[in-house]
Write a protein that binds this ligand. Sequence first.
Ligand code: PLP
Length: 364
Amino acid sequence: MSSRLPVFPWDRLEPYKATAAAHPDGIVDLSVGTPVDPVPGLIREALVAAADSPGYPTVWGTPALRDALVDWVGRRLGATGAGHRNVLPVVGSKELVAWLPTQLGLGPGDRVAYPRLAYPTYEVGARLCGATPEVYDDPTELDPAGLKLLWLNSPSNPTGRVLAKDELIRIVAWARRHGVLIFSDECYLELGWEAEPVSVLHPEVCGGTYEGLVAVHSLSKRSNLAGYRAAFIAGDEAVLGELLAIRKHGGMMVPSPVQAATVAALGDDVHVAEQRARYAARRAALRTALEGHGFRIEHSEASLYLWATRDESCWETVARLAGLGILVAPGDFYGEAGERFVRVAFTATDERVDAAVKRLADAG
Ligand SMILES: Cc1ncc(COP(=O)(O)O)c(C=O)c1O
């Protein structure tokens, strides 16, 4: 089975990680993009208060969790008319992305499409069930025959690009005309910097009905909860009902303490604003330092990454930065079209970001 899958890309970065780690002042790891700031106190308290959870949780989640999900999609995405049947918790969004095509019953002969530059797990999900993965520049140029699942990702990993409301409206209309199911991965929606990301569930995009549309959301980045595995999907109740039935058989339950923590996290906007402010400062500092070091930044109007190029092979850039003790992700991890870019995450502590900025400045 694993032979169906590409080489695990991060293994290829190991030699550069060793080089960066040998820097006398230590590595600045801007590669994976894993949160480093503390889990907010109110979320930890909710987790601890639910620590005595001897019974099995349910796949659909507690009514309190479903209420919190419904409230949040209404408040934050502007979604109207959502109820419990329009939400479903998942065990972090990566497992959903990887296993969705299988759980939708897709297989050989079916096509799954995703952006030309994308989070690698969309392709993995297609390959796991034997479907054909396909990349697009504009999804409305795809042949709809046999196209069973269309992934959108705005804000994008790795480029930080945001799809404008008009583009979403056009894509949703096309997909509905051709009966193509859209899953919209919106896990960076709360991290817009020079753009205001819009959900496919926004009434102006979906027209007030969720038919054929599902949005994917994660608390990993907005609430520093990558270690908790807290995410959910929202949208078309027929699709969610089918997934719920399958996931119940598969035992894909979010642990009860994490469900309680998610309720607390979604009910609070203060920690999200605080975390955004941390990232905004790191982003500004890194952006200036990279530009001073001869980089050009493209897109990057949202998300946790700067999509940067020195107009050379990404591996040359990775090697150059590793020599300064800075580790970044080569753009070709996200598709061949990224071969002259690197993805620079701003998920490092202020102290480590300052170190990177100083090293870039000193190297001129
Ligand atoms: C676009 C995208 N989708 C999904 C995920 C998975 O996030 P998680 O499994 O932590 O919810 C990531 C993680 O980096 C991502 O970049």
